[in-house]
Ligand binder design. Structure first.
Ligand code: ATP
Ligand code: MG
Length: 429
């Protein structure tokens, strides 16, 4: 006997019961971004491995241990994308989209792949919606990115459940000076910090700030503060961002330990976090990466962006019971036809109704069947109404119009009046 086929651990099917919520979420974000003038870009899911090594940084969690990397038949090393920024920058450079200082406001959506330990809110294939803006270096655009997510949280009904955490990483020079001070401090306390942090101290010292280890956290209380090393330009930029968020009435918390996992950030970094999802609390994260485009071979080009985790936001909608009721129903009307003549008439009637009633969700019974079995299928479809077409109805050019959810009595409606009737009782929302 063959073994049962199974999906790869941490890579989930999104079943038909769940897709309405996904489409609602994705549609809400797409509509919002249209309203701010952002344009969608679609990149391949697989890229050369070097792209991620060069952009994300060799000594990050992603590149060190989370990438799905393989050799293809040409012997090239390829990687399933772990995030979207690298590929987006690659596409922008390859097609000259940022040349001559052109401003680009882009967004993308799709699956990302990281070999992590699967758990609630953390998967090996997960989905992000990301935004990237090129050639704008002021705090006004950092603020816009945050303002539009703030609006999104309101649209989704989850604003009260998320908190904005902010930090500034300064320029790479400022960060370099801070890194030296931090290394000096931590080296003096080497025996008090955990093993993982000792390793990070050598490879990527700022990441020690991110530690979950209580003893190391205790040591860090007295460590030098990044804020004290901030250069004047970054300080002014950060003040500009805060002033705009204050003006927009968006609350935030300054988190001096927020360093983000990727190497390419500078100045602004932020995360939207929730305490409603347990350990996987960051639903949206991003920041400024003014050095990245140049590092990837382009002209110096300021950039800023973020990505949100769709699974985590969907979990949040479910946890907070913010799933709109209207998205659950996928069929409005179910047409039952009895006998060959009625089936033929039903087919043309259904097509005419689809022409006449935009947005109508009409399912036609397939597979014939008795009264009983067709009504059972009509009921199971979730439809509000059944349309009934048998020999009698055919002769009179009417259909039986039967409410399935207890909204009144069955009645006959003439074919000629049916479109108007359906338009009023089904397609209002
Ligand atoms: P974390 O600290 O949770 O590992 P990260 O800093 O690695 O997150 P980013 O690379 O900033 O995450 O990705 C942006 C967002 O994508 C995260 O805030 C999160 O919502 C989502 N995300 C990241 N990794 C996963 C994953 N393995 N499964 C589900 N969602 C994820
Ligand atoms: Mg991670």
């Amino acid at each position: 006997m063959s073994k049962t086929l199974q999906a790869i651990r941490g890579m989930n099917d999104i079943l038909p019961e769940q897709t309405p919520l996904w489409r609602y979420f994705e549609g809400t974000v797409a509509g919002l971004l249209d309203g701010y003038g952002y344009r969608q870009i679609r990149m391949p899911i697989v890229e050369f491995t070097d792209l991620f090594k060069r952009s994300i940084g060799e000594v990050t969690d992603i590149v060190e241990k989370e990438m799905y990397t393989f050799e293809d038949r040409n012997g090239d090393s390829l990687t399933l994308r772990p995030e979207g920024t690298a590929a987006c920058v690659r596409a922008v450079l390859e097609h000259g989209l940022s040349g001559g200082g052109q401003v680009q406001k882009l967004w993308y959506m799709g699956p990302m792949f990281r070999h992590e330990r699967p758990q609630k809110g953390r998967y090996r294939q997960f989905h992000q919606i990301g935004l990237e803006v090129f050639n704008l270096d002021g705090p006004d655009i950092d603020a816009e990115l945050i303002v539009l997510t703030w609006r999104l949280w309101k649209l989704l009904g989850i604003r009260d459940a998320v908190t904005l955490e902010l930090n500034s990483l300064g320029t790479s020079e400022a960060r370099g000076r801070y890194r030296e001070a931090l290394v000096e401090f931590l080296t003096a306390h080497l025996d008090q910090i955990d093993e993982d942090s000792q390793r990070r101290l050598k490879t990527n010292p700022l990441r020690v700030l991110d530690t979950k280890h209580p003893e190391t956290q205790a040591v860090l209380v007295n460590a030098p503060k990044l804020a004290d090393y901030l250069d004047e330009e970054s300080r002014v930029h950060f003040e500009g961002l805060k002033a705009r968020l204050d003006a927009a009435g968006i609350p935030y918390v300054i988190n001096p330990k927020l360093v983000r996992g990727l190497d390419y950030y500078s100045k602004t970094v932020f995360e939207w976090v929730t305490d409603k999802l347990g350990a996987q609390g960051t639903v949206c994260a991003g920041g400024r990466y003014d050095g990245l485009v140049e590092q990837m071979g382009g002209k110096p080009t300021p950039g800023v962006g973020f990505a949100m985790g769709i699974e985590r936001l969907i979990l949040l909608l479910e946890t907070l019971e913010q799933v709109p009721e209207s998205i659950a129903r996928q069929v409005d009307v179910y047409l039952c036809a009895f006998g060959e003549q009625a089936e033929l008439a039903g087919l043309t009637l259904a097509e005419r109704l689809r022409d006449q009633v935009p947005g109508l969700r009409l399912m036609v019974n397939a597979g014939a069947g008795s009264f009983k079995s067709q009504f059972k299928k009509a009921d199971k479809s979730g439809a509000l109404y059944a349309l009934i077409l048998g020999d009698d109805e055919l002769a009179q050019q009417v259909v039986g119009f039967k409410p399935l959810r207890g909204q009144g009595e069955q009645q006959n409606i003439a074919w000629s009046a049916l479109a108007d009737h359906l338009a009023t009782c089904v397609v209002q929302d």
